[in-house]
Design a binder for this molecule. Structure first.
Ligand SMILES: CC(C)(COP(=O)(O)OP(=O)(O)OC[C@H]1O[C@@H](n2cnc3c(N)ncnc32)[C@H](O)[C@@H]1OP(=O)(O)O)[C@@H](O)C(=O)NCCC(=O)NCCS
Length: 177
């Protein structure tokens, strides 16, 4: 999948590496859109640790819409999505990925994933994995559309309450032409 299918506009978000000022926005988006009904694992402290961890790659999508009342220009951008990915030696794991409700189905999720996949290829990663809640059909459709396949299911993975579907995408080696 490539970014060519992205529906862009002049207000389309840009993707960049997360920094410490993004911590609370990431944690809150995770709380509301991913961890709903579960204990809050990705608190601001946990997100801050991830941003500072050399094995984690945290990307954010930011837009100039909905400016925050701050002083410098970078911090005025509003966070509208993020992807937090663990990088191992040959394998990467998508811990969290979310896009704000008001900007979904405009290609931002795919762009965040493409950004991470580009980094993963550069780092020599051969395959990506993730877990997704069994009830989260939208995310399953999203990941399938982005080339992931179902690997197996883990019973009661989430707080002993809800099953997880484990998905995988192999990264084909790209040769320079
Ligand atoms: C899953 C999520 C990240 C997708 O982000 P998005 O920016 O809306 O996704 P995109 O616009 O890039 O969608 C790419 C493709 O995925 C599929 N897709 C995305 N959302 C879908 C939905 N709700 N239902 C069916 N298919 C969907 C479509 O094929 C879509 O292409 P199309 O719009 O041309 O039909 C977003 O819905 C989200 O943040 N959900 C809540 C958090 C979450 O569940 N995260 C995943 C678990 S960690």
């Amino acid at each position: 999948m490539s970014v060519s299918r992205v529906k862009r506009s002049h207000t389309h978000p840009i993707i960049r590496l997360a920094n410490s000022r993004d911590t609370c926005d990431i944690a809150l988006l995770s709380r509301c859109e991913i961890e709903y009904g579960l204990p809050w694992a990705w608190t601001p402290e946990a997100v801050a640790r991830a941003i500072g961890d050399s094995n984690m790659n945290v990307a954010v999508a930011v837009s100039d819409q909905g400016l925050k009342p701050q002083t410098d220009s970078e911090s005025q951008q509003a966070l509208c999505g993020f992807a937090l990915v663990y990088f191992g030696r040959t394998h990467a794991h998508i811990n969290l990925l979310a896009v704000s409700k008001n900007i979904r189905r405009r290609g931002v999720g795919r762009e965040l994933l493409d950004w991470q996949i580009k980094s993963a290829r550069t780092a020599g990663i051969r395959y990506l994995t993730l877990e997704v809640r069994r009830t989260n059909r939208a995310a399953q459709d999203f990941y399938r559309d982005c080339g992931f396949e179902l690997r197996d299911t883990v019973s009661r993975y989430y707080n002993n309450k809800e099953d997880a579907l484990r998905m995988i995408r192999k990264l084909e080696v790209q040769h320079e032409s």
